[in-house]
Design a protein around this ligand. Structure first.
Ligand code: FE2
Ligand code: FE2
Length: 337
């Protein structure tokens, strides 16, 4: 994959520095607290590319630049603004769940149930056009082509029951011993089945800031050991809000007559994620906080971030479609296929 297109002065500067690090570069100015970080395309694409250095990297960036002090300093400025925005987004849900429920598992379920918005899944099931369904797959491709990778960063940071349960869950996500069953591979086949490009990163340039933010949240939580509670809370929310929507997505793909490879991806998740939900909420999150009570609020931060950011991204997608527009950047709907 090549570096994506910059979307403003911050990403322009970051991408130039990725190609040629400048030891004398002046640190990025902190962002004002009022800045709308989650909707800022320039900031989100810069952060996404910085994180990508720790996943698959770019052909036009030296692999060693993952550890460039200048790039890490820039990433820190972006992350400080991003973390503040995520904490603002989730604060009330975290507080309410902490007050109203005693056990971690119940608190996690409370922040998940705080957002109950099946509109996107229903729309895809019953009304979406082929083009809109393809757009949905394009948004989802940014994560699903590296499905579960950000959560895997937590494995060496856990111990005992949570580690064993995470390994059990990840064993399924990573194919259960069969490369052709890797969930990221199943999703690549779904993209192909829908007539889309299955290559990693193919659609980064056309997804808006909120879609990038949903991905950046996982990378941010996953890459920082201090936030191991948040990445596990995120996992719990992700798995708990997957099974039912996947049934609807599969129904939508069948209604539109897509190739069976699209259904196969979602059908795989209807049953698997019902099991994963139990593992993630009851075993991983509950036992993690039992082992280390200081992680309680971060577990809820992660869970609430997952559902609230997803709700924002879903609302933006539906909002565009209801106005007869594409939900992607600079791409008329007919060009998506
Ligand atoms: Fe999966
Ligand atoms: Fe899963």
């Amino acid at each position: 994959m090549q570096l994506p297109r910059p979307r403003g002065p911050v990403s322009e500067r970051v991408f130039a520095e990725m190609v040629t690090p400048d030891p004398k570069a002046v640190a990025l100015e902190p962002f004002a607290r009022t800045h709308d970080v989650l909707a800022d395309d320039d900031l989100q694409i810069a952060l996404w590319a910085l994180y990508e250095l720790s996943f698959r990297g770019f052909e036009d960036v030296d692999a060693d630049h993952e550890w460039s002090p200048g790039l890490l300093a820039t990433r820190r400025v972006l992350e400080e603004a991003f973390e503040a925005a995520l904490r603002d987004l989730t604060e009330d849900a975290v507080e309410r769940a902490s007050q109203e429920h005693g056990r971690t598992a119940e608190q996690v379920l409370a922040v998940i149930e705080d957002v109950d918005d099946p509109r996107l899944a229903r729309y895809l099931q019953r009304e979406a056009t082929e083009e809109q369904y393809r757009e949905f797959l394009v948004h989802r491709s940014i994560y699903h082509l590296k499905e579960s990778d950000p959560h895997a960063w937590a494995i060496p940071r856990l111990d005992g029951g949570p580690k064993v349960a995470l390994a059990e869950l990840q064993y399924d996500e990573f194919g259960g011993g069969r490369p052709d069953r890797l969930h990221s591979t199943l999703f690549a086949r779904a993209l192909e089945g829908a007539g889309l490009d299955p290559s990693y990163g193919a659609y980064v340039d056309v997804v808006p800031a909120l879609t990038l933010a949903t991905n950046n949240a996982m990378s941010f939580f996953g890459l920082h050991r201090r936030l191991r509670g948040a990445i596990m809370g995120h996992l719990a929310a992700f798995e708990s809000t997957s099974s039912l929507p996947c049934r609807r997505y599969s129904g939508g793909a069948a209604r539109l007559g897509f190739d069976s490879r699209v259904n196969e991806y979602f059908d795989e998740h209807v049953e698997a994620d019902a099991v994963h939900e139990q593992l993630a909420v009851r075993t991983i999150c509950q036992q993690l906080v039992d082992q280390d009570p200081t992680l309680q609020r971060d577990v809820l931060l992660g869970a609430s971030t997952c559902v609230r950011l997803d709700a924002l991204a879903s609302a933006q997608m539906l909002g565009a479609w209801h106005q007869g527009l594409s939900s992607l950047l600079g791409t008329p709907q007919e060009e998506v296929a």
